[in-house]
Write a protein that binds this ligand. Sequence first.
Ligand SMILES: *[C@@H]1O[C@H](CO)[C@@H](O)[C@H](O)[C@H]1NC(C)=O
Ligand SMILES: *[C@@H]1O[C@H](CO)[C@@H](O)[C@H](O)[C@H]1NC(C)=O
Ligand SMILES: *[C@@H]1O[C@H](CO)[C@@H](O)[C@H](O)[C@H]1NC(C)=O
Ligand SMILES: *[C@@H]1O[C@H](CO)[C@@H](O)[C@H](O)[C@H]1NC(C)=O
Ligand SMILES: *[C@@H]1O[C@H](CO)[C@@H](O)[C@H](O)[C@H]1NC(C)=O
Ligand SMILES: *[C@@H]1O[C@H](CO)[C@@H](O)[C@H](O)[C@H]1NC(C)=O
Ligand SMILES: [Zn+2]
Ligand SMILES: [Zn+2]
Length: 859
Amino acid sequence: MPVQQPPPQEYARVVLIIILLFFLYTSPDQGAPAGFQSPHDYAAERIDRFRHALDVLNRTKWQDFSPQTADKSRFEAARYLNLTGFREADDYAWERVDAFKKRSQEFTEEATRNNGAVSDVYQNVTGIVQGKWARNTADLNGDPRPRTLNLTETSPVIDWAFRDVEYWTRNITGTEGKMMLRLEESDTGGVDVYPDTPKDPKLPIDSKNVAREIAATLTIQDESSTGDGWDMRVHGVHWPKQGVMLLTTTSEKFSGIFGLPHLTLNLEQFMSSQRLLNKTLEREVESLEKSIWIDLSNPWSSSPDSPGDATMPVPHCEYVVYVQVYPMDLSTTSLKAQLDPPSVINAIEQELRFPNGAPIPVAPSLKMSTVIFSPDCGFMLESKGPPSFVPADGTHLNGKKHEMFLHDIQKWLHAFAFVVLGQILLLKVQSKEASTPSTVGRVSLYTIAMMLMADALLFSSLSLLSATAPNLFPSALLTSFSALMSVALGVRFISAVYSVQEPERREALRAQLAAEAASRPASRPAPTPGTAPAVAPIITAAGVETTPQSAATPAPARPAEEPIIIPSDQDLDAEIAERMTAATAVPLLPTTNRPATTQPPRSTSSFGAAYIKFVLTLTFLLFLSLSAISWSVPFRTGYVHILSFTYFSFWLPQIRRNVIRNCRKGLLWKFIVGQSVLRLLPFAYFYLKEDNILFAETDWKAFCVLAGWVWIQILVLVGQEILGPRWALPKSWYEEGWDYHPILSEDNVESGGLPIGLVRAPGSPTIERVRTSEDMGSKSKKEGNTRSVDCAICMQLLEVPVVPAGVSTSGAAGSVVEMLARRQYMVTPCKHIFHSACLEGWMRFRLQCPICREALPPL
Ligand SMILES: *[C@@H]1O[C@H](CO)[C@@H](O)[C@H](O)[C@H]1NC(C)=O
Ligand SMILES: *[C@@H]1O[C@H](CO)[C@@H](O)[C@H](O)[C@H]1NC(C)=O
Ligand SMILES: *[C@@H]1O[C@H](CO)[C@@H](O)[C@H](O)[C@H]1NC(C)=O
Ligand SMILES: *[C@@H]1O[C@H](CO)[C@@H](O)[C@H](O)[C@H]1NC(C)=O
Ligand SMILES: *[C@@H]1O[C@H](CO)[C@@H](O)[C@H](O)[C@H]1NC(C)=O
Ligand SMILES: *[C@@H]1O[C@H](CO)[C@@H](O)[C@H](O)[C@H]1NC(C)=O
Ligand SMILES: [Zn+2]
Ligand SMILES: [Zn+2]
């Protein structure tokens, strides 16, 4: 019986699932709490209101809505509509509507005055424009009239989330900011503006004077708004011929779309918009009635995220948006001579939408100006630009047609794919170069991990993009695939680095433990000849290597041209790795002194742990970045700056590792310079390019800081290469490592300081080189401060400067020439001397002295 009962954790899980289900069922979208009307009743009531509003739209005439304004004489009767928001009792700021219309008219005149014929406008304005806005208070004498907005009176049956006027959302309080308008024009057909005039049947359908429905998403950014600003959806009418659009928000306290014809500038616009809206709104309301049990969404909702307009709506400011499209400058195009403007525009639009290689001029960008009026909150905004503002302050709204924008994104995504490809190639070269344990040991894990993290972030955001934007699917997929390749290669490289550096980490841990356990005698793994493993001969591509263990005998049979034996297959690497692990990891306790067979599982499991840490960090960063989207602008900018600065510190761990390991040749110069440039390129694009695809604001100062920071790190790396890894660091900061380039002085002869071969004592176990006469000549010339010895690796002559006895060595240490001269030779702790190039090449494969097989400290 107890077997069938789930263990306690199972109960917890079940409870958790029940709680989750409970939350899902009671989430606000799913229904009103008890005591409120059901969503269905609510929708039915709303449709009744729509019907009434539609009736008003059908019945009203031009100038039926002429509210009381300052200009109007007292005897002229003000007329209002029986529509929510258009009534006198609503007390909206309609006294400014005439100023709004006047300003709109001015913007239209300005756009068409010196910019060519009004017919030279794009007929399909689907696209994105952005620019700056400024508050317009020209028509106000002093403060705006105090108004009492009473939501209970305006919309009696609605349960508002709150009623206090101060907390209404979308209330723009600043004097200027940025805005963006995303226009979407569907192909639903329109109505004729002049239905009664006879038509020329030969004209193409596009040049007919029609009015069409249009919707747009307006984003207005202000100090008071969070993230990118207030997002709102506006619906309205587009007169393509004139390039004019009028859009409004619609909500329970403002029947915007139903009263829209009364906000137009002239009778023609009134007539055509009334006919269009009468037709389309009727259709819309009918379909709402049909689907009342299925679909409760509000087609004119102004909240882009929740089209349902919840049963408890949040009151927000309403907007009326007038947009004038600027005619494009066709004077430079050669086609102008052959075709009349409508055909040129038609050709451009056709080619953009259905590309088939037609010879069209370069498509001009989209430019618009706008006036925005909020009837309830009583403010008026306009796009910043001439003539009210100098062009430096703003040039109204600029942007691109949808197709051009898509094309741009695709182009840049491809460019990014190439950048990532370059990174992959560099990483490949680097991981090929660092393919032996001693070279891998110099690479900083964190430098590579930081790059990997950035690539993984790029990959996840691009996969998100390719999943959500079907139009960008191929390009985003290409780029995210190359990012994935980069991640895969990086993970492989990192796991190699990690497993090679594993003994080192364990040793550090063990040293720490040993220091703690003071009672036990410290058994530091000192590299003495006794502990150096005497193993079987190394089988290499060049044959079986049987070097004797004698310290002084150079291998005589090695060919001079081919001193370094390049491993020809992976097995050798594996063998070396194994030997390395065995040689460096001297265990503390004899019981743990197992052969290398126990190593792989341990290292893989700990790499797994590190990998999980990496993935967790990545997830955390992703979530933080996602939530950062909704932060207010200064916070978000700060976050982006901090994140990019941290990212571009990726050479710091390598510098630190160079210092700790006292090695210089961690990474290839190709890799360092290439990665720095390639990784800066996308940032350069977003920080410097004016109309970049993310609409990010340019900030060349921040970019200079980033690039400068990378440059400084590269300079430090160069300094480490030339002056030694620990230049400019006080000696007390680190424990002195082995100096491969010591100053050789005859003073040390007594203490055994000079390398074997340079000591000219008669009894030394040196093989005196039989010198040719030429050698003798050159030697005698520099007698006193240069000595010659054979390099055991290449069998060539090695000349080393030696400071004569009695001369102080401290003076010579300073000169750069002397220092570079010292870079020519390397002295091992076992007092063997070689060419630097020869020993460095050797040490890429083995950290053992080629002569006596004693362990060598890493470079
Ligand atoms: C619109 O008004 C006309 C009369 O002006 C009327 O015949 C028609 O039924 C009305 N249509 C709607 C949908 O209310
Ligand atoms: C306005 O419309 C409502 C119906 O929604 C109606 O009850 C009211 O009488 C109308 N007011 C006027 C002045 O026509
Ligand atoms: C709003 O109108 C309702 C009904 O007319 C009234 O009871 C309420 O006091 C008004 N609220 C304010 C703040 O004027
Ligand atoms: C305008 O262009 C968009 C994007 O190509 C297209 O989806 C839409 O149907 C076009 N609208 C009209 C009225 O041609
Ligand atoms: C609105 O549409 C109805 C038919 O749905 C039509 O009878 C009426 O005349 C239209 N009104 C206007 C002002 O176009
Ligand atoms: C909007 O902001 C203004 C200025 O801060 C404030 O006076 C007003 O009450 C707010 N709300 C509305 C609905 O205007
Ligand atoms: Zn050599
Ligand atoms: Zn040696």
